[in-house]
Design a protein around this ligand. Structure first.
Ligand code: CTP
Length: 396
């Protein structure tokens, strides 16, 4: 949906990766984009205009004048919502960084008012060359986006970073780009951290949650253009993101109140906090003395389930996301939790994976949706996983 009706100019230059360009065009067109291809002379050595015209369903522009007809690069630049150059050769990068203009692609690049995303493709040593990296820095400083080349086997037979980002990754990049262009200020609610259930003025029942995952999710939502309210239990972590308002809370009851205050205005709510399931029935006014008893009993009562209570009042347009930390029968328990709490998604954590869960900077999760899909995200930093979770929820 994000690419529906979007006008994309795709510049293709002379690199072996140009053989992937028809697949890129096909995927963009399939998602509803209108794609106008400009193919340089170098590009024509690797891919035919006929192939590109067939998949784009438009005549391909090869030079400033094709068939004795002048192509209006200014009008084309104004028409585009986004200019993608994929593959971008080292030669073309250098020309773009220096404002040269000796072909149709470069003339359109200089006249376009829309933003440009460049997917470079070259051999690993060329990519690492200071001259190329200098051009990349200049192009970034000029406001272009770089879709970094990927690592793998290269046409030269060497292995390393340099091959053009896979067509599906360029398409995802474009979807994210148009997503971020949408008018901002939809609001989101995120809970994070532990809760401390007071026993007496100096003691509490808590847990090991640091709040890192929830904070990373709040930041990913804010980066995606949301105005985020972060309801944060006692945590040594915090965020200074300008798109996030932090509401500090201490126990399950105050987290419940804050969530119900802000949920009605939120399009999305992600409840990542590790909320206590039980809280002391009464809080001693004075510090409890040890006395002479060998044992002591605390009388606990269940806390209110915030996720389940929001599930009951959620409207059709709100997306509600819960977390589940499971040690056994993980998928079955998570699916049952999704149903019971009427969430749209459950993000499942298991503590069995090395590097996942409380206290780590990395995490590995599986996302279950109400539609029955199960998506596994590999072990990665909590920041990256937060971005992947948010993308999944926003795009699916
Ligand atoms: N949760 C909540 N309010 C509570 C307890 C949990 O909103 N009082 C939310 C958590 O933030 C999380 C989800 O519910 O998004 C699942 O938490 P979890 O502790 O795994 O679930 P429980 O309901 O406690 O289930 P169980 O103890 O049976 O595993």
């Amino acid at each position: 949906m994000l690419l529906q009706g979007k006008k994309i100019v795709l510049g293709i230059s002379g690199s072996i990766a140009a053989y992937k360009a028809p697949e890129l065009v096909r995927q963009l067109v399939k998602k509803g984009a209108e794609v106008q291809v400009i193919l340089t002379e170098g590009g024509q050595q690797f891919v035919t205009p006929l192939a590109l015209a067939t998949v784009s369903r438009r005549e391909v522009m090869l030079s400033m004048t094709d068939n004795s007809q002048w192509h209006n690069h200014v009008a084309l630049g104004l028409w585009a919502d986004l200019f993608i150059i994929a593959p971008c050769s080292a030669n073309l990068l250098g020309k773009m960084a220096n404002g040269l203009c000796d072909n149709m692609l470069l003339a359109t690049y200089l006249s376009a008012r829309c933003e440009t995303a460049i997917a470079p493709a070259m051999d690993l040593d060329m990519w690492q060359h200071p001259a190329v990296q200098h051009n990349i820095s200049r192009l970034k400083a000029n406001g272009n986006y770089i879709i970094d080349p990927e690592t793998g086997e290269l046409a030269s037979g060497l292995t390393g970073q340099g091959r053009m980002a896979a067509p599906e990754n360029i398409v995802s990049w474009a979807e994210r780009y148009f997503y971020q262009q949408r008018p901002p200020l939809q609001t989101a609610l995120v809970t994070a951290g532990p809760t401390y259930e007071p026993i007496d003025p100096v003691r509490f029942i808590g847990n090991h949650s640091t709040g890192k995952m929830g904070i990373a999710l709040a930041e990913a939502l804010a980066d995606a253009g949301y105005s985020v309210r972060l309801v944060l239990g006692p945590s040594s972590c915090s965020t200074r993101h300008p798109g996030i308002e932090t509401i500090p809370v201490t126990d399950a009851a105050s987290m419940y109140e804050a969530c119900h205050r802000y949920f009605p205005q939120a399009e999305i709510a992600i409840l990542a906090a590790a909320v206590a399931d039980f809280t002391p029935v009464s809080v001693a006014e004075q510090k409890i003395k040890k006395g002479t008893d060998e044992t002591m009993q605390l009388h606990l009562a269940q806390t209110r389930d915030i996720l389940a209570s929001l599930g009951k009042i959620k409207t059709g347009t709100q997306k509600l996301v819960g977390f589940a930390l499971e040690t056994n029968d993980a998928l079955d328990n998570a699916r049952a939790k999704l149903e019971r709490k009427q969430a749209d998604y459950i993000v499942l954590n298991t503590l069995q994976d090395a590097g996942a869960g409380f206290g780590h900077d990395t995490n590995k999760v599986t996302i279950l949706s109400r539609q029955g899909t199960v998506t596994e995200l590999p072990l990665q930093s909590k920041k990256d996983i937060a971005r992947a979770i948010v993308n999944h929820i926003l795009i699916s």
